[in-house]
Design a protein around this ligand. Structure first.
Ligand code: HEM
Length: 122
């Protein structure tokens, strides 16, 4: 695996490693307050990103496009912004970051929707 599929999968593994350590810290401390942010890191950062990577591995023509690189940048930035955004929102420290991360995350999924439709076989 190389290129965009590798980037998606490698980044997803990095995200879930951080997410698991976060989960262990929550368990050990008994403080589960930030569980929703942990869940979003794991579900958007690990599950969703890894699925994108597997798709691009299975559909090399999609992985070769510039749009795939843009998709990777938007999806990664979305996770990096939405997770601390959720933490801030939960701690009543403002919702701007969560909103920005949400928009990037939905933009990433719209790029993927466009890509999947574009790659359909007649
Ligand atoms: C070492 C691995 C992990 C540990 C130790 C861990 C630990 C935890 C803990 C302590 C909670 C709070 C439970 C509660 O308050 O009821 C939690 C919630 C959650 N975790 Fe994890 N977790 C791990 C990995 C994952 C992964 C890989 C995913 C998803 C792919 C995930 C998804 C969730 C979800 C959806 C919740 C519920 C969030 C909520 O109630 O708002 N976790 N986890």
């Amino acid at each position: 695996m190389r290129g965009v599929p590798f980037m998606f999968v490698a980044t997803s593994v990095l995200f879930v490693t951080v997410g698991m350590i976060w989960g262990i810290v929550m368990s050990a401390s008994g403080d589960h307050t930030l569980a929703p942010a942990h869940a979003h890191l794991n579900l958007l950062g690990w599950v969703t990103m890894a699925l994108f990577g597997i798709y691009y591995h299975l559909v090399p023509v999609a992985a070769g496009r510039m749009l795939a690189k843009i998709h990777y940048a938007v999806a990664t930035l979305g996770v990096i912004i939405i997770v601390p955004g959720i933490v801030m929102a939960m701690q009543q420290n403002g919702e701007a970051l969560a909103k920005a991360g949400s928009l990037l995350t939905v933009a990433s999924m719209l790029i993927f929707l466009f890509t999947v439709i574009r790659d359909r076989k007649p």
